[in-house]
Design a protein around this ligand. Structure first.
Ligand code: SAM
Ligand code: SF4
Length: 338
């Protein structure tokens, strides 16, 4: 792990930015209904995506400015053909950041061990149901068994602790909160329920029917004794000890109890746009600095560093989902990087 360095990435509200979520592609091999329509096809042209060299330059600048944690995501990051090489290159930087990855798990059976060998520390795997039939209905793909195999491979490769991300939707899978937690405890996985956010490409989000963090708590609490864990830091999940611990369950109340006040995250899209927030309506173009200027490498890096600083300074105090004037960002979650 890298040495502790001062961060230059402090916003006007005093939040220090140390974490970047990096989308490696907007493409995906599932079609989760809360993320994209089943016939979604508005992918970015491949030539728009950052090359791995371009990505590495941006990460090096970000790390010099104080970033010490990188989460690879997408779309589905394991669809990036050189994913193992990307992990190895990040891990061999002079100040390697903490490195993790969020995936739907489908390609993990093949990739878990190579990723571990390349220096990946741990994975988050998304799974919303324990029923193969439901999985098919919720993702428009018959890949439930592949996800289970992926989880097993991640455990065998010691990509731990493995966190499972679950989104519950009314009358779809909201009856599975207890079953999913029992399963996660049995399997030694750290389950986190995430409130559904208005970030899908199909506009299906509906505040009036969404499953809230309180709904999840009230579904779990009669069966398990849940005790709030105090120290949360900049982590989005409210953690609860289950039956006195040591196991925990996380509930991420992005909509009903936003945690923007302690947010330390930036996001880099796969086409090289830096965002201060999932819900930002403006982006900072880093790709054009690398592709369209004749400046020296040093000057390009200086300009990218400047743009990192400007992005942080533009960060609003909150995501505004609950403001009457809220506008859903033009980019869906799959194109920002969740
Ligand atoms: N494809 C990978 C996966 O599914 O894990 C990584 C990208 S995905 C966009 C990252 C996380 O965002 C997943 O856990 C997914 O469940 C979550 N997600 C996607 N759309 C969401 C939405 N509208 N609200 C809340 N979470 C969402
Ligand atoms: Fe793909 Fe992840 Fe979106 Fe599901 S949540 S469609 S797996 S990007």
């Amino acid at each position: 792990m890298g040495e502790l360095r001062m961060s230059a990435l402090i916003d006007t509200f005093g939040r220090v930015h140390r974490d970047i979520r990096v989308s490696l592609t907007d493409r995906c091999n599932l079609r989760c209904t809360y993320c994209m329509p089943h016939d979604f096809a508005a992918w970015m042209p491949t030539e728009d995506l950052l090359s791995t060299d371009e990505l590495m330059t941006i990460l090096e600048v970000g790390i010099d400015a104080g970033i010490d944690e990188v989460r690879l995501t997408g779309g589905e990051p394991l669809l990036r053909p050189d994913i193992v090489d990307i992990v190895a290159r990040i891990n061999s930087l002079p100040n390697p950041p903490k490195l993790s990855l969020t995936t739907n798990g489908i390609r993990l059976a093949a990739l878990a061990q190579p990723l571990k060998d390349a220096g990946l520390e741990r994975v988050n795997i998304s799974l919303d149901t324990l029923s193969a039939e439901r999985f098919k209905a919720m993702t428009f793909r018959d890949r439930f068994d592949d996800v289970l195999k992926g989880i097993k491979s991640a455990r065998d490769a010691d990509l731990t602790p493995i966190k499972i991300n679950t989104v519950l939707m009314p009358d779809v899978n909201d009856d599975e909160a207890v079953g999913l937690l029992k399963w996660a405890l049995d399997e030694g996985l750290k389950l986190r329920f995430i409130e559904q956010m208005p970030l899908d490409a199909g506009g299906v989000w509906d505040r009036s029917t969404m499953v809230t963090a309180d709904d999840v708590f009230h579904a779990l609490n009669p069966v398990f004794s849940l005790t709030a864990v105090e120290a949360r830091g900049s982590a989005p999940a409210e953690e609860f000890l289950v039956n006195g611990g040591p196991e925990t369950v996380g509930i991420i109340a992005s909509v009903t109890r936003p945690f923007c006040g302690s947010c330390d995250r930036l996001r880099l899209t796969s086409d090289g746009q830096l965002r201060s927030c999932l819900f930002a309506t403006k982006e900072m173009d880093l790709r054009s600095v690398l592709r369209e200027s004749d400046d020296s490498d040093e000057a390009k890096r200086a300009e990218i560093a400047l743009r990192f600083g400007k992005t942080v300074l533009s960060k609003l105090p909150g995501h505004g989902i609950n403001d009457p004037s809220f506008i859903q960002p033009a980019r869906p979650m799959s194109a920002i990087g969740g």
